[in-house]
Design a protein around this ligand. Structure first.
Ligand SMILES: Cc1cc2nc3c(=O)[nH]c(=O)nc-3n(C[C@H](O)[C@H](O)[C@H](O)COP(=O)(O)O)c2cc1C
Length: 358
């Protein structure tokens, strides 16, 4: 792991694991438990300053004191929170949200999906100023060109490279992390930005994915879908059940804008869509059903509660292609412990084998 990341977040363990900000799913308890286990947990900031303030206040109710590393206490004494906050820029108001960030000083702020990329500059500058530089800033990008543009526009502490396997929203046009990560690393090297740490996101759901991402050159990983199937995730039980019962994610999930049309959220910039588990809504759309009827049936079905989830159902079930690697809903602590332990073992074994061959 890069020394830079270790200096930003002194409690983190190797390999470095981030839990993605997932609107409606990443509870403050989920984020705190990821950080307590040696990672960095994110909550999703949303658009409402009062709700964000409440969520960050709630995060302080969880026992941060269980962190292993004394420096974390120092971080807390300076008034910073050892979790991060993610924002989707296209519908968020910096002027309203910056005062909340200033008063809580999260360890990091994650920027995603600006309508106009120049906005990255004002967000990064104002957040840095508002938190006396205590809050680290990253941007989640989905292409080599976007990575370069973002670094040229704003002073960033690290980058998240989101590949096409990712659950939730991402670029319609994207590569998987297998080529995205090494190509971005190559570009950073020739543009004198080799020191900027990069994290890989998209399809990583167990230790094998973590080890592979590090082999590609990433300094750590982001997992979203894996943490949806955690006890702490704030999503319906039916959604969690569907995640652990679905396999073969390349076929059973798909990227589409149907999720936004069903939720009548038309604000997403045109270059994004969302990866969800395929269900009746997709089948009907492919069979020729128009949006009006699909939305009506979706709303009807939403009233059925947990039983509405499933391949036969119509609920919007965000998930990455790694869904087939989830077999049970577990506490965050055990997901973190197992993933870190097993990926370390794998990396050690491959290193030993490589040495033995010399
Ligand atoms: C349910 C869900 C909600 C998400 N919400 C957000 C969000 O609010 N902001 C954001 O930047 N990314 C969001 N993402 C995308 C994640 O940041 C990340 O790229 C993705 O989860 C990584 O892929 P994986 O799910 O295969 O691990 C979301 C992903 C999921 C699955």
């Amino acid at each position: 792991m890069s020394k830079t990341l270790q200096s930003f977040f002194p409690w983190i363990k190797t390999p470095f694991i981030i839990s993605a900000p997932m609107l409606g799913a990443s509870t403050s308890r989920l984020a705190v438990n990821v950080s307590r286990a040696g990672g960095l947990g994110f909550v999703a900031g949303g658009t409402d300053p009062a709700s964000l303030n409440k969520m960050l206040n709630e995060s302080k109710q969880h026992p941060f004191e269980m962190f292993d590393y004394p420096y974390t206490n120092l971080l807390q004494r300076r008034g910073a929170l050892p979790i991060g906050v993610g924002f989707q820029l296209f519908n968020s108001n910096l002027e309203l949200l910056a005062p909340i960030i200033a008063s809580h000083k999260p360890a990091a702020v994650w920027l995603f999906a600006p309508k106009v990329e120049e906005d990255l500059r004002s967000w990064a500058t104002q957040i840095r100023e508002a938190t006396d530089g205590l809050t680290r800033i990253c941007v989640q990008v989905g292409s080599v060109a976007e990575a370069e543009r973002s670094l040229a526009l704003a002073e960033l502490d690290f980058l998240v490279l989101q590949g096409s396997d990712a659950g939730g929203h991402g670029r319609r046009q994207s590569a998987s992390i297998i080529s995205l990560v090494p190509e971005v690393k190559d570009r950073l090297a020739v543009t004198q930005k080799a020191g900027v740490p990069v994290l890989a996101a998209g399809g990583i759901a167990d230790a094998r994915g973590v080890a592979a991402a590090l082999a590609l050159g990433a300094d750590g990983v982001v997992m979203g879908t894996r943490f949806l199937a955690s006890e702490e995730a704030g999503i319906p039980e039916g959604w969690k059940r569907q995640l652990v019962n679905t396999g073969d994610g390349g076929v059973t999930t798909r990227r589409s804008t149907l999720c936004d049309r069903l939720k009548e959220n038309h604000d997403w910039p045109a270059w994004y869509n969302g990866r969800t588990i395929r269900n009746k809504g997709h089948d009907d759309e492919e069979g020729g059903m128009g949006d009006e009827e699909n939305v009506r049936l979706y709303k009807e079905e939403s009233k059925r509660g947990d039983s509405a989830w499933g391949a036969h159902g119509r609920m919007v079930t965000y998930s990455g292609t790694g869904v087939g690697l989830l077999h049970s809903v577990e506490p965050v602590e055990s997901i973190m412990e197992k993933t870190i332990r097993e990926s370390r073992h794998m990396l050690e074994m491959s290193y030993r084998q490589a040495i033995a061959r010399l």
